[in-house]
Design a protein around this ligand. Structure first.
Ligand code: SF4
Length: 339
């Protein structure tokens, strides 16, 4: 069956005083109904611009967007802001790192959730209120009738995040985009929020995209993972493939940068170097300047040719000249050691 979301060759550029920023550079992404997909990357990898583009949040900015974002068979890229409205909130919900960015500080939490329902459903205020109270109960807010009348600042950080989840899910969207939803929370509350999203997803059958820099979150909740670098997907696969059959040198570096139980100091081992300039993109591989194995290809193609996503296993692809049968053959031809 066709995926719920099918993103092809998405490119997003922004003019700035310093030049054109190439934030997303040929992103492909497929999400099936009910599936949980993680998009992982450092800041500047293009993951947040990708999620904002999926939600149509860049429509009235000076961003230039090309490629296609097919949602349930409809390409969202050419839609105007008005045509996008039935999708945003109703069919595609979004939760952010900071609930205060999604909520008005001077409106009651319950009223904001009820209004999110009324925008997409012709119903009475009383019915919307009842729906909002029921949703507050479902996300675990104690005494939801009394809490309906609270303002956002009267909620704790974890409660605000629950309220934002209530607001995002009240219309039962087919796709929920969660952009770093637990980053600002302490570890215990993080786990509770991840459990909450997973249980609501099981109830509603919605697909979820988790945008995160946290591989721990990915391991816990995602079925499939897309790793982004330089505005492109550089590796994608089943969560087990990404963790145990890691292919791309950048993903290997990310794995090595995770705090390890076996590392006495519990230290992060950051990947040396910096992400590529998005104004002056490299001609070859986006990761070439930081890649510890670029030298294995003696013809220097890492610095001259942009690698394509190559199939390296069932549902597993990597964007590296060294990947796949062709890449391995190239290395053995050159008599280099295994990578
Ligand atoms: Fe490294 Fe070259 Fe592969 Fe890029 S294409 S990840 S530079 S080996």
């Amino acid at each position: 069956t066709a995926p719920l979301l099918d993103v092809r060759d998405l490119r997003v550029t922004f003019p700035t005083d310093d030049g054109l920023v190439h934030a997303v550079n040929g992103m492909d992404l497929q999400v099936r109904r009910g599936e949980t997909v993680g998009i992982v990357g450092e800041s500047g990898s293009g993951k947040t611009v990708t999620s904002q583009t999926l939600m149509g949040l860049l429509k009235e900015t000076n961003a230039r967007i090309t490629g296609s974002i097919e949602f349930d068979g409809v390409d969202l890229v050419p839609l105007t802001e008005t045509q996008m409205r039935p999708y945003r909130g109703r069919k595609i919900g979004m939760i952010f790192q900071d609930p205060l960015s999604a909520m008005h500080p001077f409106d009651k939490v319950g009223v904001q959730i009820a209004e999110a329902y009324r925008v997409h459903n012709s119903t009475s205020k009383k019915d919307a209120r009842n729906h909002a109270i029921e949703m507050l109960r479902r996300v675990g807010i104690p005494d939801p009738v009394a809490r309906y009348d609270n303002y956002p600042h009267e909620f704790s950080g974890g409660m605000r995040q629950r309220a934002m989840i209530a607001m995002a899910l009240i219309c039962e969207p087919e796709l929920l985009i969660a952009d770093e939803p637990t980053t600002a929370l302490d570890v215990t509350v993080q786990a509770q929020i991840l459990d909450l999203i997973a249980s609501l997803q099981a109830e509603t059958g919605s697909a979820v995209i988790f945008i995160t820099h946290d591989l721990g979150v990915v391991a816990e909740v995602c079925e499939r993972v897309v790793v982004m670098y330089g505005g492109q997907a550089i590796e994608e696969g089943d969560v087990r493939d990404i963790f145990f059959r890691t292919e791309h040198p950048y993903t290997k570096g990310l794995m090595a940068s995770m705090p390890s139980m076996t590392d006495d100091a519990g230290r992060l081992t950051p990947i040396p170097g910096f992400p590529p300039s998005l104004i002056d993109l490299p001609h070859g591989c986006m990761f070439a300047e930081r890649c510890p194995v670029a030298h294995l290809i003696q013809d220097g193609r890492c610095f001259t040719d942009r690698p394509a996503l190559r199939v390296v296993g069932d549902g597993h692809r990597a964007r590296c000249h060294l990947s796949g049968d062709e890449g391995r053959a190239l290395v053995s031809l050159q008599g280099s050691m295994e990578v």
